[in-house]
Design a protein around this ligand. Structure first.
Ligand code: APR
Ligand code: PHB
Length: 389
């Protein structure tokens, strides 16, 4: 089997890259470890930067997002139950879309199927070979047989736990990481969203986030200790704690209901450099992880895909490798900007178990400044809606 680009991973990064490449006449094969149903069962964040929105439209997979997604012009931030709003349109002239990542992935699978793209699911034990030669190849197991895929390049879109990043030698790679001392307990419920706009709540009891997927599907989170388990939290106990942390008027109007999904996710900031090794190019979570506070995970995958797609196009259509040679540096510049914003939001909004009185005063000062400064809100808005690609 042979293709131009072997794409490892059938999540949002791999599918979006494959879709863009196919539409530009560049052949791909996507190798996904799980079943499609498993991939589509994952619950992830739901805020799309305007850059991601445009890329979905450019890929021909944006129609349902345009029909069913919700443009949001701002967010609410509350400090000890007192809310204020950051208006994105007023501050930076942009907005975000609320549209679940699961739906983005579903739409990308549908778009790939519509153009007859090759996606091999349940591809086990993917291994990358001869990455530093002009003839890399990939092996994988499927239906009990081993297969070989020869290619020009490998796009490592296989997430944090994938096979691609470890294929870059340890003495070449530098990993940067911060693990946060708490997790997010998330609940999906078929109830009206707690508020009209995404609401980030800082509270002495801990952080809370009220989000949504549609007018009858709420996505709610509270910060919990890393030692907590899902079974420690009944729905009622969750809703009571969620109410305590929200703005008063939001809490009073909250409509609760049974959880249809409940899970605890850890929070980390992670970047691996470089994002290229020979003919392997990392993309998305394979190279970086952000805490969900800034809603940057999927959107960072989008900017990686944008840079890598443009680079591959220049290689094949213009016989110019400038994009490929500059990919890692260019992607990492924007990644570190998003890493900073996600870290800053996380540090500002969460309660840290070992924080000193001074630390807490600094958090309060950050939030007070954000509440009262046009400049601070402009900085927040341009980072939240997405820095330019
Ligand atoms: N071989 C093949 N596929 C693999 C392997 C492997 N060894 N390891 C992982 N995969 C698959 C996973 O099953 C998953 O479907 O690669 C895909 C990676 O998808 P994501 O983890 O969703 O990463 P990415 O496509 O970069 O999207 C980033 O996803 O995790 C969220 O918060 C993150 O929103 C961000 C987005
Ligand atoms: C979500 O809707 O799941 C969501 C929204 C904003 C975030 C994180 C998650 O910052």
């Amino acid at each position: 089997m042979r293709t131009q680009i072997a794409v490892i991973g059938g999540g949002p990064a791999g599918l979006l890259l494959s879709q863009l490449l196919n539409r530009a006449g560049i052949g791909t094969v996507v190798l996904e470890r799980q079943t499609r149903d498993y991939v589509l069962s994952r619950i992830r964040a739901g805020v799309l930067e305007y850059g991601m929105v445009e890329m979905l439209r450019q890929s021909g997979a944006g129609d349902r997002m345009d029909r069913e997604g919700f443009p949001h012009d701002g967010v609410c931030v509350s400090v000890d139950n007192q809310p204020f709003r950051v208006d994105f349109v007023e501050r930076c002239g942009k907005r975000v879309f609320v549209y679940g990542q699961t739906e983005v992935t579903r739409d990308l699978y549908a778009a790939q199927d519509a153009i007859g793209a090759t996606i091999i699911d349940q591809a086990a034990n993917v291994a990358l070979h001869d990455l530093t030669t002009d003839h890399p190849w990939v092996t994988f197991e499927k239906d009990g047989a081993e297969h070989r895929l020869d290619c020009d390049f490998v796009a490592g879109c296989d997430g944090f736990h994938g096979a691609s990043r470890p294929s870059i030698p340890d003495d070449v790679r530098t990993d940067y990481e911060r693990v946060y001392p708490f997790g997010w307990l998330g609940i999906m419920s078929e109830t009206p969203p707690a508020a009209e706009e995404v609401t980030y709540a800082s509270h002495s009891r801990g952080f809370a986030l009220a989000s949504m997927r549609n007018p009858m599907l709420a996505r709610s989170y509270i910060q919990v200790p890393l030692t907590d388990r899902v079974e420690d939290w009944s729905d009622d106990v969750f809703w009571d704690e969620f109410r305590r942390r929200l703005p008063h008027e939001v809490a009073e109007a909250l409509v609760t209901g049974p959880s249809i999904e409940k899970s605890i996710a850890p929070l980390r900031s992670f970047v691996s450099e470089p994002m290229r090794w020979g003919r392997l190019f990392l993309c998305g979570d394979a190279a970086h992880i952000v805490p969900p506070t800034g809603a940057k995970g999927l959107n960072l995958a989008a900017s990686d895909v944008h840079y890598l797609f443009e680079a591959f196009k220049r290689h094949y259509l213009d016989k110019d490798d400038g994009g490929l040679d500059g990919y890692s540096q260019k992607a990492l510049k924007r990644i570190w900007q998003a890493m900073r914003f996600s870290w800053w939001m996380t540090m500002m909004l969460h309660s840290f178990p070992d924080s000193s009185g001074f630390d807490q005063a600094m958090q309060k000062s950050e939030l007070d400044y954000l509440a009262g400064s046009d400049a601070a809100q402009k900085v927040f808005a341009e980072n939240y809606t997405g820095l330019p690609f």
